[in-house]
Ligand binder design. Structure first.
Ligand code: ADP
Ligand code: MG
Length: 240
């Protein structure tokens, strides 16, 4: 629980001439929920995509436990990802969506069904197993996306603004629910948001990002009470 588990070592990424990640170092402990908080365009999604293997690095290494992920294909990284847009398969039912990753890995019907039932219970949607995504609310769809990401028992969960598309009330309920599930599973998680209140509520630790850099890293209390720069202070709302 206390040793470093996921290590980002000097991650660099450019798109054309523009440097999007500028030598990012970050070390996350097993079971920890770390939030990347920063304005739109600062590189949060790109950093998650690098961890997931969806974007190639220009420099640096990513290490998970004893394993160097840097050159591994996405499917071999044991990383689950949830997007702002849910991105469920519209032609599959809820349980088929949840079982999708297991099916790809060749898991049998019985194993898939058992796992799917476990996850449906976890997200409290057992009565929706045979429903198609378009018949679910946004919050329900995002819970299914979470269950789908967890189905293959990833070692790390990446959440890219999972609440941003939802109404305020649902957003608050779901953030509490996500945090409870994360704690119950002791799931190592990187959570991305541009909303400081959300970050303050769900995180063990927050990394403030600006222009491709992590400018300060600390507990919610530390960042709120002792911001190191005016940018951090403004972002945390402690500036006055
Ligand atoms: P955030 O998630 O913090 O809003 P992003 O990581 O999506 O930021 O983007 C960081 C910067 O990289 C932005 O300027 C964005 O326009 C640029 N960018 C992201 N993806 C690509 C891409 N595939 N090609 C070119 N530029 C990109
Ligand atoms: Mg983004």
């Amino acid at each position: 629980m206390n040793k470093s588990y996921l290590e980002l070592q000097g991650i660099r990424k450019k798109f054309g001439d523009s440097t999007v990640l500028n030598d990012v170092y970050l070390s996350i402990r097993e079971g920890e929920l770390v939030t990347l908080l920063g304005p739109s365009g600062c590189g949060k999604s790109t950093l998650l995509r690098c961890i997931a293997g969806l974007t190639e690095l220009d420099g640096g290494r990513i290490v998970l436990g004893q394993q160097d992920l840097t050159n591994l294909a996405p499917r071999n990284r044991e990383v689950g990802m949830v997007f702002q847009s849910y991105a469920l398969f519209p032609n599959l039912t809820v349980s088929e969506n949840i079982e999708y990753g297991l099916k790809m890995r060749g898991a049998g019907k019985k194993e898939r069904a058992n796992r799917s039932e476990e996850l449906l219970a976890l997200i409290d949607l057992e009565d929706k197993r045979d429903v198609y995504p378009q018949n679910l609310s946004g919050g329900q769809q995002q819970r299914v996306a979470l269950a789908r990401a967890l189905a293959v028992q990833p070692k790390v969960l990446l959440l890219d603004e999972p609440l941003s598309a939802l109404d305020a009330k649902i957003r608050k309920n779901l953030r509490t629910e996500i945090r409870e599930i994360q704690k119950r599973l002791q799931m190592t998680t990187v959570f991305v948001t541009h909303d400081q209140e959300e970050a303050l509520t769900v995180s063990d630790r927050i990394c403030i990002m600006n222009k491709g850099n992590i400018v300060q890293d600390g507990t919610p209390e530390q960042l709120y009470s002792t911001p190191r720069t005016e940018f951090v202070a403004r972002f945390m709302g402690s500036y006055n």
